[in-house]
Design a protein around this ligand. Sequence first.
Ligand SMILES: CC(C)(COP(=O)(O)OP(=O)(O)OC[C@H]1O[C@@H](n2cnc3c(N)ncnc32)[C@H](O)[C@@H]1OP(=O)(O)O)[C@@H](O)C(=O)NCCC(=O)NCCS
Length: 226
Amino acid sequence: MAQQEEKTPVARNRDNRCSGPFKISDHPTHYLSAAEYTDIPEMVRVLNLDKDIYNGTASFQYPYLESHAFTRLENAYIRDNQSGYTTCWAMRTSPDGPLIGWIHAHFLPEDSGTRIHPETRRELKVGVIGYWVSPEHTGKGYGSRAARFVVQEYLFKERGCDIVRAEAYTHNVPSRRVLEAVGMECEVEEWTVFIPKLQKEMVICCYAIHRDEATKSVVTDKTKDP
Ligand SMILES: CC(C)(COP(=O)(O)OP(=O)(O)OC[C@H]1O[C@@H](n2cnc3c(N)ncnc32)[C@H](O)[C@@H]1OP(=O)(O)O)[C@@H](O)C(=O)NCCC(=O)NCCS
């Protein structure tokens, strides 16, 4: 019988920019560094501790399998190796310690001219963040600190975003508090969207922070934005 060929996983390019480790707090110690394949066992353990992360996020599964983590990381590395920038980080309490949380950033695709700077008329760059913290470590500021760092230091300063957005289920108070701690404002209070993993509609709210006051009129557009 023909042996199945082992597929070599796409490796993360170690030269990708913004891989860290970044120390973002001393008390408690809090680092962000690129999520690695070696984080997979801890991701699987944490994401199966209870259903909090599954319930709070639109894309993380429960039960969470090694194959879910592997696919997520490999897809991220393919994109990151093309752009030359890391976009998925593990939260850790030491530079090489186990993952205690996760944060990622991505960009809205250009939309042929509807997200335009009202004064200069150039196309705006819009970043989006998503995150979770292990239920063993919630309530200690990890979520807010990581989100603040990724928004301010990475998306605004390093990637030149004009606007950063995030969505949360309207009832997800801890996540809304994280976004408010970052300085985001709620642009859409209630928007009913279909969540594929749940196969049902949920009510979400949309938050944003603008680098330049002049773009504040460019709000999340229910008819166009993903
Ligand atoms: C949302 C989440 C990332 C927050 O992480 P965290 O590290 O606990 O966040 P912080 O410690 O920075 O706390 C943020 C705020 O939430 C509040 N909070 C934390 N846990 C809470 C809880 N269980 N109930 C109510 N408020 C809570 C904190 O008091 C803080 O509010 P404050 O700024 O008014 O003091 C975490 O709860 C989580 O992973 N949830 C499941 C996944 C999820 O919902 N991800 C977001 C998807 S949009």
